[in-house]
Ligand binder design. Sequence first.
Ligand SMILES: [Zn+2]
Ligand SMILES: [Zn+2]
Ligand SMILES: [Zn+2]
Length: 552
Amino acid sequence: MKKPRIPTETDKPDWIETFRGRPTTLSGLTGKANDAACRTLQQYVNQFEGTKNLQDLAIICGPAGSGKTILAQIYVSTMGEDILDLPASAYVKWCMTCNAKKYDASNYHELWKKIKEFIEIPIDSKTVSVPFKVIVVDDADSISATHQNSMKALMDKNSLKLKWIFTAREPRKFIQYLQTKAVMVNCRAAPEKEALLVVLGMCYRFKIGYERLGIKALFELVAATNKGNVNLTDIVRMVQKCFLARQYISEDNVYVTVGKSRPKVVVSAYASIEPFPRCKICTLYPPCQHRTTEMLVQQAYSRRAELPERKGGLECREFLRTGACSIFNKHGHCSLDHPTRKVRVEKPETRCPICTIKWPCNHCTYSSVRNELLDARLDILRRLELLETLTQEEPPVYLITHLVDKYDDWEETLKGIKKFYVTAEKQGIMSEIERWVNYEYSTDMDEYRFKLQRLTRGFGELLITPLLLEQGASRSGTRGESRQKSAGAGAGAGAGRNDIDEGASVGSSNRGRSKVLAGGGGADDVGSIGSVGTLTTTQGAGIDTSSRGRKK
Ligand SMILES: [Zn+2]
Ligand SMILES: [Zn+2]
Ligand SMILES: [Zn+2]
């Protein structure tokens, strides 16, 4: 960026809602993620040009921030401005956009009123050569089923006068009628690379100053709130917010703008003495018989305490990046500041007390009953989640259809279950067991059995009712999610399940990790396996995987 500028009044209106700087033609989009969607829409445009007619309803669907709204806008403006050649004043009378998210059960009537008024304005047949108008409803899937029915009435009554375009994240949430009636156009979230091009292109065009780390922080923050996905809407909003507030997209500015503190660098427990040389006695890289993990951690701890802190002085970059200062390690002094508070030290790795493989070892006898306990816990969490969804005011249609068919009193039953099982006492049982399984590192099978019993007794009906059996696709989603949660908590259910062989090469896995991601000693260090595997205990590696399936 040669000459970044500072923001002005014109930068203040929401860039998303005003479509600032967005492409205006279907072929002008950056990246390939939505190529298929663009082709489909182009086809419709061509048909429109030829027949001067349009399908009654088109639903553009895709994840948040994947470009649905902008595609809908390009689509109608291509038809209105390019083909019908409407001047701006006539175009706004021909096409209306509204956002369903701005309404809820209490004020949908206002939306209907707005739509009716829009239909009633007569079309000036001199300027508009088609007998219908177009309405774009953003986030139409947020309209509840009951109200979708009123919409259906509106649609039926005016099918000649009005054509509809919806954008939606979850097309499954539409009532059957709408799903059958609509042509569906699918959007995909841009891969990170393409999203990056979009954002950088925007910075260039608007002369917004940025640094690489700032953009990286933007993407990370947005991914964190979007289950790891790229959401361009959120990213653009954040660029605008940061630009308006701090004028420049730097890492610090981004964190200040969103009101979060910059994440600390996480380093391994013995980072401050790394890299350590081979053991003089056995010639292996520690930890070995002679320099155990405990000794290393202890040494690292005292080394960290020795590093000089000089408040206000120049900070030692190496220390902030890796948790070690090689100058100090070599000469015993370094004139820079080593602010230990800015580096987070990971908890030392836990190992199975029996076989010394990284915890959870999935190898010793107690593992199967431990996994059973973890599964029961997951099962309960999943069922509680489903219970929550099903007992809300208007549960998603696709989740209840099979219940409505089979059970007359499903609603009452579920409410009863909720009353009995969603209590502080049950919550207490869960969190106690969670703490125990994550931090006690027990190898006592009886204790696991006891906890398992406690769980199954405590959540009896919740666990057996067929009303809470998950349907198809939603299941894998929730399962993966709860897995991640528990993995984050330390020694979680999913962690270490597939890396038994890696874990077997005792202790070597932690060495040479250049960047350790936050989230506890998870299974993320696959690949940094040392060649030192003295203890390559791989037999029995497959033991537990079979018992993982739910016993249903
Ligand atoms: Zn040794
Ligand atoms: Zn230093
Ligand atoms: Zn073990």
